[in-house]
Design a protein around this ligand. Structure first.
Ligand code: PEP
Ligand code: MN
Length: 366
């Protein structure tokens, strides 16, 4: 199914094309002082344009801190007045949307636990009909690209054109070094299917700790993601939610300064050299395919010859000689041993398969 979304570019709703765009603020709004101190500090970092804070927190078990609610929205409205930062909060129900709109929140985001449920998404889409507010949609907890696209479609069909996706990693059944496995191939495929869609990476929820934040942030930028959402707290160790992954505003500044911003496209000289090299690769690939086809023709010829003389297909001795010889030649040419072994293996498997088909033909099975 092809995906058609009607999207306005990020700079149309942010009035800036700063790179990288940084969204920052605490996991949860905990007190007026915590929120204001954090906001004042991150507002000094030029790339930070949007202040985030969770107002209603989805917790795994009841009885934990579930967010400041409406009270927190009051603190966030002050931030907007004082720092000029745009503000964003997570919404999970129509009531949340109505409250956020009432307090003048600039941007809404929909969390990973909500995106897994199309009923909730539709409820949010219904209440957003006719409202002009940007909405960012996190990926669902489980690695299901269609569920993510479905959520974006529902929001877009409600008339929201200021729309972005947030990549925050996925639940993965096996152990990974991350809290949520990045599975980069999923946001890349999302971008391939919807090229106009801004995609923002949330390294905080991918990493679940402070140590790997920089590497994940750099990787996101190298993959041409449009911005980063990074959780900051004035006193991360004592945060009421996600204390292991939040960083201080000073640490955030250091992290941003350490990022290498690579250009999507280089200058004309760079582009023409790249084009020349790519043309060379295209030629070599064509030759490679042609050589493989010629090799398989010879394989067929040998197969028929062996078959007509009642000789078995697999000639083990010959094959081990081939492997030894080709490995030596390949290693001398600087190729990797494991790569060569795999390559020889698939060429051999295909050759045996072709010859087996010839024998079956003769045996009357085809
Ligand atoms: C959050 O951003 O604090 C949050 C709850 O994120 P997620 O929905 O990605 O788990
Ligand atoms: Mn969080």
């Amino acid at each position: 199914m092809s995906v058609k979304l009607d999207i306005l570019p990020l700079k149309h709703w942010l009035n800036t094309d700063v790179t990288p765009l940084i969204i920052s603020g605490p996991c949860s709004a905990e007190s007026e002082k915590q929120v204001l101190d954090t906001a004042r500090a991150v507002a000094m970092i030029p790339n930070v344009k949007i202040f985030r804070a969770g107002i209603w927190k989805p917790r795994t078990r009841p009885g934990l801190f579930e967010g400041a609610g409406i009270e927190g929205l009051k603190w966030i409205s002050k931030i907007k007045e004082e720092t000029g930062l745009l503000t964003t909060v997570e919404v999970a129900s129509p009531l949340h949307v109505e409250a956020a709109l009432k307090f003048g929140i600039d941007i809404l985001w929909i969390g990973a636990r909500t995106v897994v449920n199309p009923f909730s998404l539709q409820d949010l889409a219904n209440v957003l009909k006719g409202v002009d507010i940007p909405v960012m949609v996190k990926n669902p907890v489980n690695p299901d690209l269609n569920l993510w696209i479905g959520a974006l479609e529902r929001i877009n069909q409600a008339g929201i054109k200021k729309i972005a996706a947030i990549h925050r990693g996925f639940y993965f059944f096996d152990k990974t070094p991350y809290r949520n496995a990045p599975m980069w191939e999923i946001p890349i495929e999302l971008k391939r299917q919807i090229p106009d869609l801004p995609v923002i990476c949330d390294p905080s929820h991918i990493c679940g700790d402070r140590e790997s934040l920089r590497d994940i942030s750099q990787k996101a930028l190298d993959l041409e993601m449009n911005g980063l959402m990074i959780e900051t707290h004035i006193d991360p160790e004592h945060a009421l939610t996600d204390p292991q992954q939040q960083i201080t505003p000073a640490h955030l500044k250091e992290l941003i300064d350490s990022l290498i911003i690579r250009e999507e496209k280089g200058n004309i000289e760079f582009e023409s050299k790249l084009e020349e090299l790519r043309t060379e690769i295209d030629k070599l690939d064509a030759e490679l395919i042609n050589i493989l086809a010629r090799r398989m023709c010879l394989i067929d010829e040998i197969g028929k010859y062996k078959r007509d003389h009642n000789i078995t297909i697999l000639q083990l001795k010959r094959w081990s000689n081939i492997v030894r010889d080709r490995l030596n030649t390949g290693l001398d040419s600087g190729l990797n041993k494991e790569f060569l072994q795999k390559l020889l293996e698939i060429v051999h498997t295909e050759s045996i398969q072709r010859q087996a088909d010839l024998y079956r033909e003769r045996n009357g099975h085809v």
